[in-house]
Structure formats: structure tokens, C-alpha cells
Design a protein around this ligand. Structure first.
Ligand code: APR
Length: 244
């Protein structure tokens, strides 16, 4: 067997013996479904566009129509995407706690429930002024910029976490607990550069978990990995998680 095969075999054994497994995922999990990542050279959103213009409160204040146009394009892309074999392999393991940075609904559509969402959910909009109005959006025919029908004071924006905004505290507390209390921490398809989310990896490692990284390329999680499986999430997750 080659070295890569040996690493997969060893990591599979760790997963098989794991009693509490937490999976921390990022955009690379949904990439094989055709959903764009952020930092991949060439086709990542942030290698083509300025994140502060499209995903920050200041950017929304400056040009809300541009922001909502970008979200409409992403929503359509996600609506056309289907869960891949990686999502399905995770959904087939309801014992694995899902912590994700992804805002798409592909884990849900694969059959996962009770997903801990650190960066919110792109399938709804809310009042940017915080009046409490929330509405789900048609992902196939997403809306553009419009005012909040609840208060009329601000525009509606996706229920996601932007740069400079706090993570939802309940999700963050549950994620920290899931990182601290697991014995196997899977890190799937994330560059691991966005904090505080990426801090979960060292938190889990320091608490004693075995860290298994699944990524197409080396990432900021490489140094912390006990096992690093290099390849596509839709191929590696079934190989890692499915029974013989
Ligand atoms: N299989 C596995 N990994 C992949 C694949 C694939 N098919 N394709 C790409 N990757 C990896 C890349 O090598 C990279 O390490 O997925 C990672 C994607 O990294 P980012 O684009 O930075 O996405 P993510 O880590 O989820 O970003 C974190 O940044 O802009 C914010 O809020 C946004 O939640 C997002 C956060």
C-alpha cells in the first residue's frame, strides 16, 4: 500500500474507535457540489472580490444593491447544487457532531440535523437594523436589495455572519463544548484562517483530541494535524467514515 493509503487506513481506525467525534467543516466540503470557496487561488470569491465590500456591515452600508446581487448569485449557485458524497457520508453518521462555517443548506439536504452553524444561514434574510423581521428566501429566484417591511428603517440582509460581526453565542458555546469534549476532531475543507472559528482546532487538540484534516491542499490546520488526508472531501469522507 502507498503512504497515502496507509494514512487513510490509520485514520479510519482512529475514527472507528472514536467515541465522540466532531466534524468542523468549511467551504471545501461543498466545493465538489459546485459551490464556490472563498480563498482558493483563481476561483475563490476573495481572490476576485473584496470581502469588505461584499461581506461586512460597512460594505452593505455603502452599496446594499451590490451586496444583495452577489448573494443572489451565490444563492442561485447553491440552489442548483446537490449534496455530494462527503455530505452524505457525514449524514450517515448521526453520532458525529456537525460544526460548520458553511452557510449553505447542503448538510441539511443530505439529512444532517442539529447542525451547529457558526456563520449563520444563507437561506433567509433579516432586518439589518435588528427589528426582528426575518424571512426565508427563494434560493432559485433570490431577491435583490429591499427595505425591511417590518420597520422600514433598514435593508434586509442575509442571516449570515459578516466580517466584524459576532458569532451567535449559543452556536459558539456549543461548538467550543463539542471541540473540548471530543476524542476525534475532523477538520474538513477549511483554510482555517478565519477566527474565532479556526481556534476550535487548537482547542480540540489541546483538550486531547486526535485531529484528522481532510483538505485538497495543505492548510493552516496542517501543523496541528495528527493525520492529514490530502484529496477531495467527496472522495475522502466516504473512505474515512463508511463501514467496510
Ligand atoms: N475537498 C477538500 N478541500 C477542498 C476542496 C475539496 N474538493 N476544494 C477546496 N478545498 C479546501 C481548500 O484547499 C481550502 O483550504 O477548502 C478550503 C477552503 O477555504 P476557504 O475558501 O478559506 O473557506 P473557509 O475556510 O470555509 O472560509 C472560512 O471565511 O469568508 C469567510 O465566512 C466565510 O465561512 C467562511 C470563512
Amino acid at each position: 500500500m502507498d503512504d497515502h493509503g496507509d494514512v487513510i487506513t490509520a485514520a479510519r481506525e482512529v475514527v472507528r474507535r472514536g467515541r465522540r467525534i466532531t466534524c468542523f467543516s468549511g467551504a471545501g466540503l461543498s466545493a465538489p457540489s459546485g459551490v464556490g470557496t472563498f480563498r482558493d487561488p483563481g476561483d475563490g470569491w476573495w481572490s476576485r472580490y473584496d470581502p469588505m465590500r461584499l461581506a461586512s456591515p460597512d460594505g452593505f452600508h455603502e452599496d446594499p444593491a451590490l451586496v444583495m446581487k452577489w448573494y443572489a448569485a451565490r444563492r442561485q449557485q447553491m440552489a442548483e447544487a446537490a449534496p455530494n458524497a462527503g455530505h452524505l457520508a457525514l449524514a450517515a453518521r448521526p453520532d458525529v457532531v456537525q460544526v460548520t462555517q458553511n452557510t449553505d443548506d447542503l448538510l441539511d439536504r443530505a439529512g444532517c440535523s442539529d447542525i451547529i452553524r457558526l456563520h449563520g444561514n444563507i437561506t433567509a434574510d433579516r432586518c439589518h437594523a435588528g427589528c426582528g423581521h426575518v424571512e426565508s428566501v427563494d434560493m432559485h429566484d433570490p431577491p435583490g436589495h429591499r427595505s425591511c417591511p417590518g420597520c422600514g428603517q433598514a435593508g434586509l440582509r442575509p442571516t449570515v455572519v459578516w466580517f466584524g460581526e459576532a458569532l451567535p453565542s449559543d452556536a459558539w458555546e456549543r461548538a467550543e463544548q463539542a471541540a473540548r469534549s471530543c476524542d476525534v476532531f475532523l477538520v474538513v475543507g477549511t483554510s482555517a484562517v478565519v477566527y474565532p472559528a479556526a481556534g476550535l482546532i487548537t482547542l480540540a487538540a489541546h483538550a486531547g483530541a486526535t485531529v484528522i484534516v481532510v483538505n485538497r491542499d495543505a492548510s493552516s490546520a496542517s501543523d496541528v494535524a495528527d493525520f492529514e488526508l490530502l484529496g477531495s472531501a467527496d472522495e475522502l469522507l466516504p473512505a474515512l467514515l463508511e463501514a467496510d
